[in-house]
Design a protein around this ligand. Structure first.
Ligand SMILES: [Fe+2]
Ligand SMILES: [Fe+2]
Length: 327
């Protein structure tokens, strides 16, 4: 007895006799039974205030009701039960029918909880992934910072290179995602300098041939640090770190790649890197004006640099060169 105690059940039907038979059967089982017309709008209005545990469709309108109450088909509307699902034709709505209805309501509630749970799990997975990506990015930024402290008395060179490289990437028409990757990865270009002794790295004046050979190892050493990374960002960073000293004519290092065999992200970073070094003071050189540095970049088109990247650099013009210098 009382299988439906406390449940709010809506009876949707237009025939007063069957409606009353169902209503009294439901009430006898403890349900809070309410009656409304079988038309979808009437049921939706009755269900709007306090959502019923179930809607009993008395006259074969259950499909229309299901579609009307859950227009997106997400199974989020109230449970709609055809009366014939719980009670045979011409049978009274008795205790057995009430238990059947109760079982259907419980099943629906369980499904609802499952969906909720799946939603929570999916949301947690997304936020965990974001956290992980954030941690990776943070780690990379710290790595870039540690390289900066070795190589640059203002500690801002690497960030400026990232900024200018992103401007160039945008100019030559790379997509938003790649521009972002370049922005984040280009600051790592000299990460390998962590492994170069201060006596060489910070030496004022010219390096001997042997010392220069040691400096050149920074691209391979840095690439080794980043090798095997699982994110696209690490892959792009590895390409930049390894190949930012390649030359368009094939006379660069470490791989002697020629032209478009050099990864585009490395060709872009090469221009940004050289420009930034030229316009700032280093232990071994004074700072150049942006115009002189631009002339030097122009001179390198087709030999040291990718002509398209140099053209993109030209397109930026003096105002943006100046801005890149102080970025
Ligand atoms: Fe470098
Ligand atoms: Fe650099």
């Amino acid at each position: 007895m009382d299988a439906l105690r406390g449940l709010r059940i809506l009876i949707a039907g237009d025939d007063p006799v069957t409606v009353e038979a169902a209503r009294s059967g439901l009430v006898a089982e403890g349900a809070l039974a309410e009656v409304c017309a079988a038309e979808t709008g009437a049921v939706a209005a009755a269900a709007a205030g306090a959502p019923p545990a179930a809607v009993i469709a008395l006259d074969g309108s259950e499909d229309a009701l299901r579609a009307g109450l859950d227009p997106l088909g997400l199974q989020d509307g109230p449970l709609v039960v055809a009366v014939l699902d719980v009670v045979g034709p011409r049978e009274p709505f008795d205790a057995i029918a009430a238990r059947r209805l109760r079982a259907l309501v419980q099943l629906q509630t369980m499904r609802g909880r499952n969906r909720e749970l799946e939603g929570v799990i999916a949301a947690q997975a997304v936020s965990r992934r974001r956290e992980l990506q954030g941690a990776r990015l943070d780690g990379l930024r710290r790595l870039a910072l540690s390289a900066e402290y070795r190589d640059d008395n203002t500690h801002e060179h690497t960030q400026r290179v990232g900024h200018l490289a992103a401007l160039l990437a945008r100019r030559i028409g790379l997509g938003d995602r790649t521009v972002w990757l370049v922005r984040e990865a280009a600051p790592l270009h000299d990460i390998g300098k962590i492994a170069i002794p201060d006596s060489i790295l910070l030496k004022p004046g010219r390096l001997s041939d042997e010392e220069y050979e040691v400096v050149k190892t920074h691209s391979l050493l840095g690439a080794r640090v980043l090798a095997g990374g699982e994110s696209e960002l690490l892959e792009v960073a590895e390409r930049i770190v390894r190949n930012h000293h390649e030359r368009w004519d094939g006379n660069g290092y470490p791989d002697g790649l020629v032209g478009e065999n050099i990864p585009a992200v490395a060709r872009i970073t090469a221009v940004a890197d050289v420009f930034d070094v030229l316009v700032h003071e280093r232990p071994y050189k004074d700072s150049w004006s942006v115009e002189d540095a631009a002339a030097e970049i122009r001179k390198g088109a087709g030999t040291q640099f990718d002509p398209d990247v140099v053209q993109a650099f030209e397109d930026l013009g003096p105002a943006e060169w100046m801005e890149a210098k102080h970025a």
